[in-house]
Design a protein around this ligand. Sequence first.
Ligand code: GLC
Length: 746
Amino acid sequence: MDIKTLLSQLTLEEKASLCSGIDSWRTEPIPRLSIPSAVLSDGPHGLRKEISDENGQKTGTVESVCFPTGGAVACSFDRSLIRRMGEALGEECQAENVHVILGPAVNIKRSPLCGRNFEYLSEDPYLAGEMAASYIQGVESQGVGTSLKHFAANNQENRRMTVSAEIDERTLREIYLAGFETAVKKGKPTTVMCSYNKINGVYSSENKRLLTDILRKEWGFDGLVMSDWGAVNRRPDGVLAGLDLEMPSSHGENDAEIVKAVKEGRIREEDVDIVAGRVLKLVYDSLAKEKKNVSYSKEEHHTLARKIASESMVLLKNENEILPLDASKKIAFIGKFAEVPRYQGGGSSHINSYKLTGALEAVKEICSVSYAQGYILEEDRTEETLLKEAVEAAKAADVAVIFAGLPDAFESEGYDRPHMKMPECQNRLIEAVCEVQKHVVVVLHNGAPVEIPWAGKVDGILESYLGGQAVGGAQVDVLFGNVNPSGKLAETIPLKLSDNPSYLNFPGEKDRVEYREGIFVGYRYYDKKEMGVLYPFGYGLSYTTFSYSGLKADKTEINDTDTLQVSVTVKNTGDRAGKEVIQLYVGSLPGPEKAAIRPVRELKGFEKVELQPGESKEVSFTLDKRSFAFYNSEIPGWYVEDGEYEISIGKSSRELAGSLTVTVHPASPIRPHYTMESTVGDLLKNEKAKARFKAYMAKMFPGQDTDEELLMMEAVMDQVPVHSICSFHPNVTLRELQEIVDEANR
Ligand code: GLC
């Protein structure tokens, strides 16, 4: 379809109407020219297509498969697995005639309290970007569009539609945009969804720098930008900023604002053509990618959801070899979540799962277990009878497995948590069980970290996050060893909430939240501050063991325009097959040319490998400029300071299995610009200035011109600004000093 021709046939009013949806889920059709609608639906971890009755009344959403949420699947550290999940979601969208699924959601987990962290991927932008890119590739491979969201800095639910995230440029680039950048460049999503909030006082929905200068001009995004639902503020400003599609419909109100703005000359009709043109492109591209008569097997997707969940959950503790469980033992399953697991979050991502498998049902395939409900979910109150039954069941068993975690009400889209605690009634239950049974495993269901006061009292802890509709089967697979756990934490679990770097500034004051921790988010903060944590970023146990050897790089010195190949050999030193996530971290080492404040180390590579007992594999990584660079807002741009960098291979951010050092030179070093306010020390780094300065030193300090004395003088003058030398040495003129500065700049 020739968009230009189509645009020429449309009136201004019709073009304006294209810039918003016709309802909550469809773009505006134009019957006069047989222009159809494109259909959008939530995501991100399941298809939530609303259905209505013949009167247009919403009656619910289609039955579909609820996969593990973003927070869970990110822990798989497995690009191919999340890509497969994307493919499955794409199949479901094709079968239900949905053209764009509204996901992935990649906002950084700045605070564990954010109510939507279950949907988001990580505290680390590299992991978030890589996993998001693979999800996008999977969905888009099926001819279905994605909507990378929420662009950008939507890191809390509190006042999300009015709050301004106050972020310095370097932090914005390195932490809050970097994941989106990777997802755009590597994933190539059909659409991006702008966030509700403001960034430094400007709504994302009318933020030209964000939606056009950065997203389109710098990153090369050539798709459509839609608003989050109800995120549009001043629609004409949004047109100028690059916001193409307002969702949902504002029933013509904002369309009229566009027409009015054109008539009053505040925006040009050409501006409307650009935006309406991108909506038309989305519609016709979507139609061209439609597949007819697509059906999919819900059972197959359920099985896939079970596989994804079992490879995402994180084994946090396994002492006295309590896991994997021995089916011949007497086992008690305790906790309502064993019967009816919490497997997804509240809000726009809530799926009408066609099936839900709890561990209690799944375990029947293996052995019989006793069961006690243990607690209620409706409110945080101990039901003594339930508690007593649970304690009895635990006492009578060889092993007690407690299925615990956060009830729906504790975390959801729309609000943030006030604390990181689990329900007190559940903590009490766990403590009571530990009184009578020393072999206890706790299986957690939570979208974001919880404080674990009983961590030292139990032998096993399995974090299943919100693991989707098949989570119970996945838990049984891991608990009984049919699957060897291989998940790694995509976020740090702090010892207590107040340790978190955003603690003093979350959720901010009314409509202003200052990201004062800067780039020191998550492990970047805890590592720099050398703080203890409960479980570190990248951590996760296995039923087997792995060793690393032969870490090497193909060069020891490179320019930042080169790439560096790093490889390491991993061996399965245990007696059962397993998967290992090899993590590669880069840290800038101190040096004379280093001035930037940097995290100790940052994740810049990860690979997941499966190894049979005794098997070894060499894993390699390719590093490039962005593996070493920080964002220098003075340039502005990404810059690699000259000097040494440490490359570490880790089983987690805190468990490093080897490191090496490489020297990196910036291919185009920043030429310092000297002034009379430069320090003598800085100026003397310039050879020409140094030579001329030496001549003056003899004049300034007659009779003290031995090398040693000159060195002493340099040390004394090192932090003295050039202009103040005259105050210390009357026989030097300002003009002479200015000459030295000018010479250095030539
Ligand atoms: C919601 C969410 C967004 C979702 C959209 C449509 O408010 O912020 O993630 O896709 O509206 O439901």
